[in-house]
Design a protein around this ligand. Structure first.
Ligand SMILES: NC(=O)c1ccc[n+]([C@@H]2O[C@H](COP(=O)([O-])OP(=O)(O)OC[C@H]3O[C@@H](n4cnc5c(N)ncnc54)[C@H](O)[C@@H]3O)[C@@H](O)[C@H]2O)c1
Length: 364
């Protein structure tokens, strides 16, 4: 992007903020100039660690006229209120995932932004990394033919073993689908397009979790949300996908994502990371072969979505990690849970544009 970087302020200086700050320091499009948190010492610590000039309160950050984009890295249940406050202050806002906890909150955020003339972006931006960009290029080039289906698996045993404050993973707005589904569903939306109809099934296998990380070791978390969540997606293209996200599984050998085309199959790299390998096996072939990565950002991606939003602002084009796509993903995740509860299929009310791929070799 030509010109001066867009100034960005971070609200929420917890576990994930370091990944954003570290990556942002390598990008030309944005400058993180201020950090704020409900816990002031967290803002001070991050500001010091990453040479951010200002550590301040949330109100001070929102009143700073130089800041154009607010990176909202608070916990999910604070996403809507912090985003609405940023929008009311005339800032563009980029939320961590999920966009918000409820669909109603998500709609309020998008409507408020539209009324105020500001943009909403949302994590994940891992689809801007080299692996998923390469996959999309191969699909667009017709290498595996017409995609007819896909499978996605995120199978693990939860975060209470390592996260210092893991309670939110088991409270409303948490669970494996709301935690990890955004990576998988955003990747699938980027690769396959929007979803038309879904159904689902789910379970709470363990009614409580015991924290294993140091500060709170031994404390019990009651589980308020399904922790084994299965969904079936019918894409607008006619392709069919299935996804399992689980915090109840001790071990698995399934690949993160596979895409099945009329000419062959593609193994998609972990959508919670920017790197390959991308593997292809076409009809008649007996071995998988690795496709070379065609794009930049094979490692960390966090901050790329905000940087793309900054470029989009300056260039007057749509940003890729959009609030519209994040709302569609939120709608899909809720619809899986609603369909499971009601024992039905749900035709989605939301849709979104499939984001354009980056040009091979493009940087932000
Ligand atoms: N930890 C991870 O590995 C990870 C990875 C990807 C995405 N995320 C997402 O990032 C977000 C944050 O996760 P985290 O792990 O960093 O959580 P965290 O609890 O470590 O940090 C959240 C921070 O936000 C602050 N905060 C909460 N409400 C606030 C408010 N209203 N105003 C100002 N500050 C507020 C808290 O004080 C805390 O410092 C979540 O949405 C999560 O889904 C986390």
């Amino acid at each position: 992007m030509a010109g001066t970087p867009v100034q960005v302020g971070i609200i929420g200086c917890g576990a994930i903020s370091g990944a954003y700050l570290g990556m942002a320091n390598t990008l030309e499009a944005i400058d993180i100039v201020a950090c704020a948190d409900l816990m002031p010492e967290r803002a001070c610590t991050k500001a010091e660690e990453f040479s951010v000039p200002i550590a301040c309160t949330v109100d001070e950050l929102l009143a700073n006229p130089d800041i154009e984009i607010v990176l909202n890295l608070t916990i999910p249940r604070a996403h809507a209120d912090v985003a609405l406050a940023a929008i009311a202050a005339g800032k563009h806002v980029y939320n961590e995932k999920p966009l918000t906890v409820t669909r109603e909150e998500g709609r309020r955020v998008l409507e408020a932004a539209q009324a105020r003339g500001v943009l909403v972006g949302s994590a994940p931006d891992t689809f801007l990394g080299a692996g998923l960009q390469t996959c999309r290029t191969l699909i667009d080039d017709g290498v595996i033919g017409q995609p007819i289906g896909c499978t996605a698996f995120m199978l693990g045993h939860g975060h209470e073993g390592w996260h210092p404050d893991p309670e939110f993973y088991y409270q409303k707005g948490g669970g494996p689908m709301f935690d990890m589904g955004p990576y998988y569903l955003t990747a699938l939306t980027f690769l396959m397009g929007p979803t038309r109809r879904v159904t689902g099934a789910n379970a709470v296998t363990f009614s409580e979790r015991t924290i294993g990380s140091e500060k709170k070791r031994g404390q019990i978390i009651p589980v308020e949300v399904p922790t084994h969540v299965v969904g079936v997606m019918e894409f607008a293209s006619g392709a069919i996908g299935s996804i399992i996200t689980s915090f109840d599984v001790w071990a698995s050998q399934w690949r993160n994502i596979e895409i099945y085309g009329t000419l062959g199959t593609m193994i998609v790299p972990d959508p919670n990371g920017g790197a390959g390998p991308v593997q292809i096996r076409l009809a008649g072939e007996t071995e998988w072969r690795e496709a070379p990565l065609t794009h930049h950002y094979a490692g960390q991606t966090r901050s790329l979505g905000a940087a793309d939003m900054a470029c989009a602002l300056r260039e007057g084009r749509p940003h890729r990690a959009s609030g519209e796509m994040a709302y569609h993903v939120l709608d899909i995740m809720h619809a899986f849970h609603d369909a499971a509860r009601e024992g039905t299929h749900i035709t989605l009310e939301s849709t979104c544009a499939q984001p354009d791929p980056l040009l091979p070799g493009a940087t932000l």
